[in-house]
Design a binder for this molecule. Sequence first.
Ligand SMILES: *Cc1c(COP(=O)(O)O)cnc(C)c1O
Length: 832
Amino acid sequence: MYSFQKISTFLDGEIIQAPQPEAIITHLLLDSRKLAFTSQALFFALKGAVHNGHNYLQAVYQQGVRNLVVSEIDDTVVQQMPLANILCVKDTHQSLQALAAQHRAQFRYPVLAITGSNGKTIVKEWLAHLLLDKFCVVKSPKSFNSQVGVPLSLWEMQPWHTLGVFEAGISQKGEMKNLQKMIQPTLGIFTNLGTAHDEGFENREEKLLEKLALFKECKTVFYKKGNPLLDQYLANSPSKHQWVGWQVVPNISQTTNAQVSYQAKGLHSTTLQIAYQGLHTFEVPFALNDHASLENITHALLAACCLGCTAEVLQQKLNALQAVAMRLSLKTGINQCTLIDDSYNNDLAGLQVALDFLQSQGQHSRKVVILSEILEAGIAQATLYRQLATLLSEKKIHTLVGIGKAFVAHKDFFRLPTTHFFESTEAYLADNQWKTLRDSDILVKGARKFAFEKIIKKLEQHSHGTVLEINLEALVHNLNFYRSLLKPSTQLMVMVKAYAYGSGLAQVAHLLQHHQVNYLAVAYADEGVALRQQGVRLPIMVMNPGENSWEKIFAYQLEPEVYSFRVLAQYLDAYQEAATDKHTTYKIHLKLDTGMHRLGFEEQEIPQLMDLIEKSMPYHVQIASVFSHLAGADDVAHEAFSRQQIKTFRRIAEKLEDVAGYSIVKHILNSSGIVRFPGAQLDMVRLGIGLYGIEANQLHQAQLMPISTLKTHISQVKHIKKGETVGYGRWGVAQQDTRIATIAIGYADGFSRQLSRGRGKVWINGSAAPVIGNVCMDMTMIELGEIDAKEGDEVIIFSPEHSIALLAEQLGTIPYEILTSIGERVKRVFYT
Ligand SMILES: *Cc1c(COP(=O)(O)O)cnc(C)c1O
């Protein structure tokens, strides 16, 4: 614990004022939307590409924050915050890192750092699980591994911990040096070197060297042999520390260190042998049929062995390990609830992240938290539960369900509108109280041993087994990619029409609202109404205002696109009736046709339009924007045509602005246009497919992250004889004795009937299986042949590894159609 005074001695800066120099600081805050423990927190005003923390100083002050680090501040602002301690430094970002490094340097226990392109988070989580009883581990919450995530992670270090495990991730040159200085790791794991973030570096070699900077002072570093770049580098550079390179061999030859061999035992278990400081044999409770799982588990086990865990203890821990990276996911709950499933572990830092996520979900105003007791060694329980109570009150939680004996013992600490306490998960589920939950956002978070997946099972709304998983982190990554192409002053409108390109309207819109895009656009008024009803406050443009939708447009403050005189006349009629509030400006958007020939005023109509604007536009109606759409932005063949469209648009838009007499926002670029015509961003751009992970030009696909996985399962497996037929019309004929599987997806789910008769294929346990016969409405039969699969197994239709683009190509269509055809009954699950 530090006082404000003490912290200011660590950081090179000037104290602007310090009415309470002895104020105790226990928490660091960086985001005005994610405040917690405000009375003992220090807020760093960071300057980013999109946000500037200095703009929120008064806001955080009003919410109770009394300690601030800034790099600039006006006297008038200081005067409004008489109770705040304010330190002014040269660079708030650097100061944050310096503070984290100072804090870290106080501790002498081992610190293990993990870097690499993939698998950092899962290796960290698995390792922490394996070490549970031997060490008191402090680790990065979620995947906090960036220039600001790492300082927050290190800040969690306390004297009672005995080991730190932290992730380090970089996207640009020079960043790892900072991370090394902060983390000061003594042990390392290098997971692998992939293609992620390649664009931030000259070449793969530079990226490798940059990553290795993390391990400068490490005694031992684990890595997998077989990457030519890394192997060559290590061969040529004698190093003072020990690099333990492991490799997979068919049979372990006892003498060599760090050899690994494995053998599948059915689909749900693998025997893994590791030779490292002795020969150890483990039973891993899942299949290691993909390289990633094998690498991840081997890295975790090697590090655990190195830290002195016995094979026996590790085996016990392995038995309870889960195959997938447990991640926070968003699901549809019973009784119109939204369910946030984070049922894997529970510590205070992780809980804070999960509560922020809960708050960013504005679907319902009532927030419910179902929590297991927190297994955090080191702190007195009373202190821990008092902190927890403060946190839940600050986050305005309405209902708390606390599960576990420690919760029951400290129940008097919690002063929320509703609280329930139970000794065990079973007692909670037996009580029936859970059935009364409705119209709420519910966070379910518990330590592994409380088996909260049982609660999830009850609270989740069940539908048939086909699921579209959406990676919200990937969406944000893509958003930031497009933002990085924009000039600072360019506004961003995001297209969420067609159910956000099939991925889920409300959830995507809330994410965009949280990340402060400027506008949303939908195709129909009903989509806009749905967004308003679910708490979305951003301005919303409606592109196809139907004849019967005007009442809704006014009632829900939607902004119509006006593309013809007919629509304009309808709007003005409706305005006479509905626009009763004389203090409101009613906004419309004018669409011009510059060559797409879909909707929009044509050039010869412009004089008449100008006349109308000048003479008969009501005073309270504002033309919020004027725009047009490119017909061939994604194809270099149409470049000249696109440029002509842009030119025409500019000319007409400026004329309209002139007659209107005020400045009007102008926009013409869609996703592919943003990439191709940086000079035509004008005042705003309209991002669509790119957000959803598809770069229509095919120029920067590698810089986007695929956002979705469509998967189902096997309902039944059958053996059929040569010559027998499969499905309607008997189109599928077995060419030999074979096995087929019926899977729970059909054309009503968006698995097109065009994929019939071998044209489409799906992935099962890593192998491709073709469709046999015709696709049915709800089901499809596939030929398994020799593929090892059984009823209930997962079937992948598309995923980051099996791209939508490929499926689109097989079907002779474009990714847009694949995304937007996924049936409404397919359950969407969001995760981060
Ligand atoms: C759908 C749409 C967009 C977005 O297009 P993408 O190719 O998905 O980026 C932009 N503008 C208008 C008018 C649209 O209808």
